[in-house]
Ligand binder design. Structure first.
Ligand SMILES: Cc1cc2nc3c(=O)[nH]c(=O)nc-3n(C[C@H](O)[C@H](O)[C@H](O)COP(=O)(O)OP(=O)(O)OC[C@H]3O[C@@H](n4cnc5c(N)ncnc54)[C@H](O)[C@@H]3O)c2cc1C
Length: 464
């Protein structure tokens, strides 16, 4: 995927704002650029835009939104900033975190008010780094739904979307200005399109084993659950143009992927008092310390397997969730009247599982501290009948990428910015710092839509 020199002939078509990738970032960028009056073309590799966004639960964190006010939740960008910096133990760029934590709420409010996307606060998600409830999602709480609503909005505002358009090369001059792109079509033909500005919204590199080995060597060969086109294309183009990158070792892990069904399972059960045990029936962590790092802890258990244990009260509380409904339909969830029978259904030692649940009850009753330091205050006391599901851990998406300024414009190595290149979502660096443990829930979509909006506005200004 080379950077090509300026073509000999002018481009047959030139678009002011060209966007690579039709996920949450690219679509939001298109809405923002159209809103600022620019003509826009989105290029999407797949026949139907889906991307990592469609795999997600469609939730985005933001602080100080109208939806939070309506729900009576007091929050502010400052509090959000403090929470993020605490989660990353100070190891993220504070200026960049300030931009994202300040701009996330206006992004949600604008998408709701101007584009009819009905975000509400998901009050079932609390903790795990957020000091108040600030996860927002459309009613169905699925990425499919969020993406569908963004696509409808893009169509309404008249932004063009070209699918089956695999962006393979960029044309740029010696100053690093992107002049246009080359796309490959499914029939093997190629087309060239000129641009005034290019927004890279091609997500991260979770599905590129060579890049994982290079930038996150500890996770080389680890299980990955992500969109197939997350190959790092945009990041590599940016790097080839001398764009700076940051936090390339960062990623979001998750330790509740139903196994072997490969189905995301809801963490709500853990948040409300459920636990994770390994094949020996023993807990191995404070499950609430770090939802992303928990993925790595699960991967390190015997056979890379864990079991989420909860009960009927929690089952009834969350059985309506899309992912749980899917898991129930395919029989991934087991249940039993007794711990012994649940252990038998899950094929783990009954005595050890019984001891694990007794230890939790004892620590909740004040007999001793929890062995893993988890604070169970306010959580539900597990009681029969019991439920369980076998899960594994996986890398969901990478969090490092092109370093961008407050306009989501790509910074140049050594200072300044590239003349007309922007990046957002998984193609840009995140707010998670350098490790997987810095990931604060729902910041993937936050990075996609917040930086998408900033990039779209700035690219439109640049080309007007
Ligand atoms: C299972 C799962 C659950 C998740 N849940 C959440 C959640 O609830 N909340 C949250 O905040 N984050 C979540 N995340 C992370 C979140 O989904 C991503 O951070 C976010 O969707 C990234 O958006 P994006 O627009 O950058 O990328 P994408 O949605 O992946 O879009 C990128 C698009 O670019 C296209 N593309 C790639 N290369 C090219 C090319 N060369 N030419 C043309 N097109 C190209 C792709 O086909 C794709 O459509 C989850 C991730 C996973 C895997």
């Amino acid at each position: 995927m080379p950077i090509l020199p300026p073509p000999a002939d002018p481009f047959a078509i030139t678009v002011p704002v060209l966007i690579a990738g039709g996920g949450a970032c690219g679509l939001t960028a298109a809405l923002a650029a159209r809103g600022a009056g620019a003509e826009v073309l989105i290029l999407e590799k797949d026949a139907i835009p889906r991307g990592t966004t469609s795999m997600s639960q469609g939730t985005m964190c933001a602080a100080g939104t109208q939806a939070q006010k309506d729900a009576g939740i007091e929050d502010s960008p400052e509090q959000f900033f403090e929470d993020v910096m605490a989660k990353v133990e100070g190891k993220s760029d504070p200026d960049f975190v300030r931009v994202v934590t300040r701009e996330a709420a206006p992004t949600i409010d604008w998408l709701s008010a101007d584009h009819g996307i009905p975000f509400a606060v998901d009050t079932s998600w609390k903790g795990l780094g957020h000091s108040v409830q600030r996860l927002h999602a459309p009613p169905e709480k699925t990425g499919e739904d969020l993406l569908g609503r963004l696509l409808q909005a893009v169509e309404r505002v008249g932004a063009d979307l070209l699918t089956d358009a695999n962006l393979t090369d960029l044309y740029a001059d010696d100053s690093g200005r992107v002049l246009g792109v080359r796309i490959a079509r499914p029939d093997g033909s190629h087309e060239d399109i000129g641009c005034g500005a290019l927004i890279l919204a091609t997500c991260g590199f979770a599905n590129n084993p060579d890049m994982i080995a290079e930038f996150i060597p500890d996770m080389a060969g680890a299980h990955v659950f992500t969109w197939e086109n997350s190959l790092g294309d945009g990041i590599r183009w940016g790097m080839d143009l001398d764009g700076a990158v940051a936090d390339m070792s960062s990623f979001q892990g998750y330790g509740a992927l139903a196994h072997p069904q490969e189905l995301l399972f809801n963490y709500n059960y853990v948040i409300d008092g459920g636990v994770q045990v390994n094949r020996n029936g023993e807990r191995f962590s404070d499950e609430m310390a770090d939802v992303s790092g928990q993925g790595v802890k699960v991967m390190r258990q015997p056979d890379h397997i864990a079991y989420m244990i909860y009960d009927e009260t929690l089952h009834n509380r969350y059985k309506h969730l899309h992912e749980t409904r899917q898991a129930l339909e395919i029989g991934a969830v087991k249940n039993a009247e007794t711990i012994a029978d649940l252990a038998s259904a899950l094929d783990i030692p009954a005595g050890a599982l019984q001891q694990t649940l007794t230890d939790i009850a004892d620590s909740k009753g004040g007999k001793h501290e929890d062995a893993w330091g988890r604070d169970f205050t306010g959580t539900h006391d597990l009681a029969p009948p019991y439920y369980g599901i076998r899960v594994t851990g996986a890398i969901y998406h990478t969090q490092g990428g092109l370093d961008v300024d407050a306009n989501a414009q790509v910074k140049r190595i050594g200072g300044g910015v590239l003349p007309n290149l922007f990046a957002g979502g998984g193609a840009a660096r995140g707010i998670s710092g350098p490790t997987c443990s810095g990931y604060i829930p729902a910041s993937g979509i936050c990075m996609a839509m917040t930086l998408g909006r900033l990039a779209g506005q700035a690219a439109a200004r640049l080309t007007s």
